[in-house]
Design a protein around this ligand. Sequence first.
Ligand SMILES: [Zn+2]
Length: 329
Amino acid sequence: MTPVAPTHSVWAMEEYPTSLAEFERQFATEEACREYLLRLRWPEGFICPRCRGGHHWITKRGLLVCSACEYQMSALAGTIFQGTHKPLATWFRAMWYVTAQKTGTSALGLQRILGLGSYRTAWAWLHKLRRAMVRPGRDRLSGRIEVDETYLGGKEEGRSGRELGKKVLVVIAAQEDGAKVGRIRLRRILDASAKSLHPFILEAIEPGSVVHTDGWRGYAGLAKKGYVHEATQQGRLDVPGAEEDLLHRVHRVVSLVKRWLMGTHHGAIHPDHLDYYLDEFTFRFNRRTSRHRGKLFYRLAQQAVQIEPVPWDHLVKRVRGSARANDKM
Ligand SMILES: [Zn+2]
C-alpha cells in the first residue's frame, strides 16, 4: 500500500518519451504505467467521485482508495483498459508500436511484435485503440475546405474477393494550408445525396468557412446552412486553368488513404469497421508533421483514459455471425 500525496498542481507539461530507449526506461513496471495513466486521467490530482476528497492511496492490486471515505475504484475503470487481463506494460508497448510508425500496423503485425497468443486479441486491441484516436469534442475544420467523395474497396482496389468486396462511399474534407493540406475529416456515407453529405459537413466544418466542392448537386444548398459554397465544375476545358485539378488537396488525401488501406491493411477491411480505420488514418494524418512520435503516444494514452471501454461483443456486433471473417482482419 503506497500512500500518495495529493497533487493539486496542474500537469501542464506534455510528458512523453522521445525514443524507444526512453520509453523502455519510463514504462518498465506496471506501477509506472498506472501512474502515467492516473496523471493523464486526473491531471490536477485524483478527486474522489463520492466525497470529492483529494487524498488517496493505492492497493497492491492497483485499486484507488479514498483516504476520507474509503471508496474504492479501479484505476482503469471507465477507460479502454477496463477489465484487461494483460499487463499494462504490454498495452503501453502496443500504443508505442502503433504510434511510433508512420503507417501503423495490422493486427498480425501487432500480434507478432507483442508475442500475443491470439490474433483475436491483437485485432481487438487495435480496434479499442482506434476508438481512442478520436478526441471527444474535437474542433471543426475552418477556413477554406475542399470536400469530395470517393469509393473505397471493391475489386478495382485489388481485392481478391476475400471478405466483402463491395465498394463503400466515403466523404473527405481537407483544410487548405497554402498549397498543402491542413487537417482532414473522413466518414463513410450511404450515398452522395445532400441528406448524407450535409450532416457530415455540418459536423466537420465550422459555419462561415468556405466549402469548395465540384458541381455535384448533393452539395447544393450549403449557403443556406451558413457556409460560403464554391462549386467548381471539374474538367471544363473552356474555362482557363480547368485542366488542373482544382480539388487537388482532397484528391491527394484520397490517394493516401487508398494506399494506406492497401499497404498496411492489405485492403482486407470489413466495410462495417471502415469508420474506425478512417479515424486511425485521420489521427495519423493530422499529426504527420509532429516532430516527436512520442507526442502521438501521449495523445493516444490521454484519449484512452477519457473514452468509455468497448467490450468485445460491441466491437464485433455489426458483423456477428461472421467471426471467422473478423479473425482474418
Ligand atoms: Zn471519498
